[in-house]
Structures are given as C-alpha cells and as structure tokens.
Design a protein around this ligand. Structure first.
Ligand SMILES: Cc1cc2nc3c(=O)[nH]c(=O)nc-3n(C[C@H](O)[C@H](O)[C@H](O)COP(=O)(O)OP(=O)(O)OC[C@H]3O[C@@H](n4cnc5c(N)ncnc54)[C@H](O)[C@@H]3O)c2cc1C
Length: 404
C-alpha cells in the first residue's frame, strides 16, 4: 500500500505534462469550433488515438496506478483543455467501467479492447442505464432482457435516454431488468457487440454544454445477443437472483460501491473546468483596466479570485482523497466518492459564474471561452448522480439511517 502523499511521482508528472500539452495545443484551439458544431470531434479523437491517449493500454495503465491518482490527474487536464471534447475522448471509459465491474476476466479480455479499437480503426463505446422514466431512480428501469433458452440468447427491448455516445458507439453496454419484481437487484448488464441487429439511435439531443460530446437515445427492439454477452455469466446471475428472492444481500448492491469509486474521476473533470476559468479570470483581472487601474486592485475582484482558488484546490483534494481510498480498497465510510463529485461539480458551476462576472460583458459573449465553461460545468451537478443524490448517499453514510 502506498502512503497518501501530495507529492506526485515521476510517472504522474510526466503523464500530466503529456496530457496537458495535448489539452493546450490540440483541444483548446478546437474547443469553440466543436461546441458550435455540436458534433463528435473525430479529428481530435484520431489525434488522441495516434499518440496513444485514446487507447486500451493507456486507460488500463491509468486504472492500474497503485496510488489511484493517475485517473484524476488525466481527467483534470483533459477537461481543462475542453470538457466536451474530453468526454468525447473518455466517454468510452464509462462502458469499460461497466464491463470491468461486472464481467469475468475472459469478458474483460474480449470486450474492453473493442471499446477503443486501434488508431487505424477507432471504435467508441457507450454505457446505457438511464431511461425516460428512470434517471435517479434506477430501480424502476423498464428495459427488459428475456432469456431464450433454446437458442442461448438474450432478447432486449426498451429505450435508453441521454446516453453518451449512444447509437454512435460500436459497443454498447446496456443495463436491463431480468426480473422486474426485484427492482435494482433484478438487473443485469449486457454487451451489445458491433453489428447486432435491433439496436439503433433514437433522437440526438441538443444540449446546453459539453456539446462536442454526443448524447442520444438508444432504442432496443427484439435485440438478440448470445448468452456470453451477459456480463458475469448466467450461473452467477442465477445465484444472485436466488439470493435476492430470499431477501439476502447481493453483489448488485455491492456494485453500487464500485460506482461510488468512479466518482472522483468525474469530480476531477469538474475541477479541470474550474481551474481553467480561475486561471483565465486571474489573467484577465490583472490586464483589464477600469478607473485607471487593473480591476484586480479592487478587493471585490481580488477576494472573488481568492475564493475561486480555495474552492478549486479543496475540490481537487477531495477527489485525490477519494481516488486514493478507492485504489486502496478503503471503505467510503462517509460517502467520500460522493463528497468529491458533489463538491467539485458545484464548485465548477460557482467558479465559472464568478469568472463570467469578472470578465463582465466579455464573459457573456461566445468569442471568449468563459460562458462555455459555465455551460459545460452545469452537467456535473446532474449526470453520474445529481447533487441531491450525492447528498443522499453522504447523509445515509454518516447517519446510518435510510434517509428518503
Ligand atoms: C449530457 C448527459 C449525458 C448523460 N450520459 C449518460 C450515460 O452515458 N449513460 C446513462 O445511463 N445516463 C446518462 N445520463 C443520464 C443522467 O445520469 C441522468 O440525467 C441523471 O441520473 C438524473 O436523472 P434524471 O435526469 O431522470 O433526473 P430525475 O431523477 O428525474 O431528477 C430530477 C430532479 O429531482 C431530484 N431528485 C430525484 N430523486 C430525488 C430524491 N430521492 N431526493 C431528492 N431529490 C431527488 C434530482 O436530484 C433532480 O434535481 C446523461 C445525462 C446527460 C444530461
């Protein structure tokens, strides 16, 4: 076990600089264009694949960092470059996390590399849980998966919504109900491999922010996949369902802990946006003169910047703590994963709003990046668990009570 340390090792510093250079030189100059186009930035993903940043090996190494810090460092730098493009690059990792947390080692080896493809043949992946009537309340999923024993196939029907890379992806990981009476304990995850009939894209959403990231409905109509696409396998599912029917604790509840463990990386993305806005506003406040002096010489502006810095650094520390705890399999006794995502998301919204105020009219127009950062920041209080749901997780953890 590595001691918790705020001193980054050589690998961290090197990778952080490498990702930062990509963010600064490739992502930043392209950010405005892809925000306006609201399309997947293929040329940037291709660049990322060419240098190995969009690849199975890179994600596997970052996940495998024993300190846990590599993923949060990389996520912060990419989102500092541009959060929408960052999600276009890292959206496939959501599906990877789904396969990794539910699949067998054989399934990891078969499906995870297919989420990325190769630089000459790039693939994308998507992870679909949310539905029109099941967002925060995941237990009410309507998508059904029914087993056709004669053919050893699963048949999926339903509609997923707001899916990052949905329909565009080559591989989809879909969470469906196999026994609706058991709520979330009757769920299972399925890989829908490339070229499977019966899966299609519904409407593509136009969004407030992270507009370079594709978000769409995914429709499943008698979508048949072989038995081996059930993550974890049939035997394990049958055992789990039997335990759930008897009212015993199941691994699906334990899987919630895995989900909690991915939150520091999402929080780090929000930290990246907050840092971008803080740095930009600081430079601007030193340059911009009104009443014959730099606006930063007014305490009202300087104190705003002081608070922006403090909150951004505090958010980063919460993400680092939770990432370190997750890597060391330390139990989140007080919802530390949720704490990091909650605080970082709300910090990004607050810091980017302050940055707009500091830039005045220039903060409000599209020629400057600050209004985009504010639009991008807002998603971090909504997806991967809303701020209210994070508070619920923390409140339950600290009270030991089932707070509603
Ligand atoms: C851009 C984008 C990308 C996304 N990507 C994906 C993806 O790749 N895969 C995927 O599966 N999903 C994805 N989502 C879906 C996202 O995770 C959901 O939007 C989110 O979980 C919230 O669900 P909801 O929108 O249905 O809101 P609801 O659950 O309807 O919540 C509405 C409001 O009620 C509050 N609320 C609900 N229940 C409670 C409660 N018990 N206590 C207090 N307040 C409560 C919520 O906090 C929120 O403020 C994405 C969404 C967006 C917008």
């Amino acid at each position: 076990m590595t001691e918790f340390s705020l001193e980054l090792n050589e690998d961290h510093v090197q990778i952080q600089k490498w990702v930062h250079d990509f963010a600064e030189n490739v992502m930043r100059p392209a950010a405005h264009e892809w925000d306006e186009r609201e399309e997947t930035p293929w040329p940037i993903i291709e660049e990322a694949a060419k240098i190995g940043l969009y690849s199975f090996d890179f994600v596997a190494n970052a996940f495998g960092d024993p300190t846990g810090l590599m993923m949060v460092l990389v996520n912060e730098e990419l989102s500092w470059g541009d959060a929408g493009i960052a999600l276009a690059i890292f959206g496939s990792s959501l599906a990877v996390a789904g396969i990794f947390s539910n699949g067998t080692p054989e399934q990891h080896a078969e499906w995870i590399p297919q989420c990325f493809g190769t630089p000459d043949d790039i693939k994308l992946a998507a992870f679909g849980v949310s539905e029109p009537d099941a967002g925060s309340d995941v237990s009410s999923l309507k998508t059904r998966a029914v087993y056709d024993e004669a053919k050893d196939e699963w048949v999926l029907n339903g509609t997923k919504t707001w899916i990052t890379n949905g329909g565009l992806a080559n591989t989809h990981v879909i969470v469906a109900s196999v026994e609706p009476g058991l709520g979330s304990r009757g769920h299972a995850s399925f890989v829908i491999p490339e070229g499977t009939p019966g899966i299609s894209q519904g409407q593509k959403f136009k969004k407030m922010g992270i507009r370079a990231s594709h978000t769409a409905e995914v429709v499943l109509e008698d979508c048949r996949v072989p038995g081996r696409c059930l993550l974890g396998g049939k035997e394990k599912l049958d055992e789990r369902l039997a335990r759930a029917r008897e009212g015993k604790r199941t691994s699906s509840q334990a899987a919630m802990a895995t989900f909690e463990a991915s939150r520091p990386a999402v929080g780090a993305q929000a930290v990246g946006i907050a840092r971008a806005a803080y740095e930009y506003a600081l430079d601007y406040a030193k340059e911009r003169k009104q009443f014959k002096r730099a606006i930063i010489e007014n305490q009202a502006i300087a104190f705003k910047l002081a608070d922006m810095k403090v909150r951004t650094d505090a958010a980063r520390l919460l993400c680092w703590r939770a990432a370190w705890m997750a890597a060391h399999r330390k139990k989140f006794e007080a919802g530390e994963g949720s704490q990091s995502k909650l605080f970082a998301g709300e910090t990004a919204v607050w810091v980017t709003e302050q940055a707009i105020q500091i830039l005045g009219g220039y903060g409000y127009i599209r020629e400057y990046p600050v209004e985009r950062w504010h639009r991008d920041a807002k998603i971090y209080t909504i997806f991967e668990g809303t701020s209210e749901i994070q508070r619920l997780v923390i409140a339950r953890a600290i009270s030991g009570l089932h707070i509603e």
